[in-house]
Design a protein around this ligand. Sequence first.
Ligand SMILES: C[S@@+](CC[C@H](N)C(=O)[O-])C[C@H]1O[C@@H](n2cnc3c(N)ncnc32)[C@H](O)[C@@H]1O
Length: 478
Amino acid sequence: MTATLPDPSALLADALRVRDALDRAGWSAEALDDLIGTTARTHLDRDELAPVLRRTRDGSPLSTLARLFVAGVPVEAAAAEAAGVPRSWLQRDGTAAIRLQAVVHGGVEATLPHDAGRAATGIHADQVLGVGAASLTLAAATPRRTVGRTLDLGTGCGIQALLAEDHADLVVATDRNPRAVAFTRLAAALGGVEVDVREGDLLEPVAGDAFDLVVSNPPFVVSPGARYTYRDSGLEGDEVCRRIVRELPGVLAPGGLAVLLVNWLHVEGEDGAGRVRSWLTDTGCDGWVVQRELAAPEDYVTAWLRDTDEGVRFDALYDEWLDWFERRRVEAIAFGVLAMRRRTTGVPSVVVDDVTQPVAATWGDEVLGHFARKDALEANPLDVAWRLRADVRLHQVASRDDDGWLVESSLLQQSAGLRWAGGTDEHGAALLAACDGSMPLRTLFALLAAGAGIEESEAVETGLPVVRRLVEQGFLVP
Ligand SMILES: C[S@@+](CC[C@H](N)C(=O)[O-])C[C@H]1O[C@@H](n2cnc3c(N)ncnc32)[C@H](O)[C@@H]1O
């Protein structure tokens, strides 16, 4: 564990001066990438400083800021002053008290202050981490349409709140860790944006409020203890995710959408998908769970131990953690994105999809698309004038025979969203090509039946289940 952590709230008073300094130096994710370069960045991730020091020795304000806030090394007082860094942000040894991370996502730029400290050097129990892989997974799955009130539950360094601020009228961010609350306030001040940041446990700080969008990257890791606030909820097993899913409808406005990261257990003798599905039962919400990974306990434990400074006690903790899984007959741990939409009418539906293929860099629109397509299917799919999604391509493999090219296989491939791919035959391909949004499916089936010399009812009976699946996966949209 590292020494005492700095108090980020003490930095707030001078945040505007730092923002000015960053602006004047041309601080941005792109400028820092150009300055530091990928090789030096990789070395930095391994705590090897020489490459980044070499690339930042020109004495420019941006180099000074990069040394202070990215590399975490001391700079001369005169250089810090020339770069406009206030003394309150510096420690006695000339280092900055905190780190700054410049992130650009979907065209939105944010600078996120967070604690220093890494797996190799030690992580404090209340450490506020910068943007990580999970943060970006949630950001990628968040719809970016303009919304009213938005909640970021478990805000940490404030990444989700700051990204949401770009497309929401009002953002409330909450966290149990007072240091995360202070960091998010600092991030908002540095970004010149307003975020209502509140301290408290789960939904307690927003009781009685209603939101159009909720995003959450909660402490979802299933671990036997409660070592790190950012990782361990202190609740048994996957209870924190279950509890959030059960309680969220209470703060969702009618039609409101929530997108969160979840882990859930696959227990021997139980249906894994059934477990996460049951969380959504009787919530009054439609649910869509996109399972992205299914890890064996051994792999799960190894990955999380390596992610923290617990790696130094690997052997002892590995056993403790695996024993804990064994006692509960846990066979695997699933990781996924869970979306829920509060319904205003009708019967909610829950879908669990196993999505192992690489997905698009951002696919939040697909969350909206999923629920819109469900609505259209629920009404009457035959009445809908379906449209082939613009990013779908048909890939064909053909071999030459005596009459020319003979198509051996046809593959439909999406390049956006979840990037589903699937085989089709000539009838399926012809039907899809005809889906240009001008004719209801019923009319298309009638035309196909006439062309093939079969009854319309037969065309519907064989074709409708195929169309349903194509709609469910987003090849066809209303
Ligand atoms: C995995 S981090 C996510 C941080 C950030 N939102 C992101 O996407 O990178 C989880 C956050 O939840 C906070 N947290 C943990 N337990 C909580 C609780 N019971 N109520 C509210 N927030 C909690 C942690 O302090 C931490 O900031």
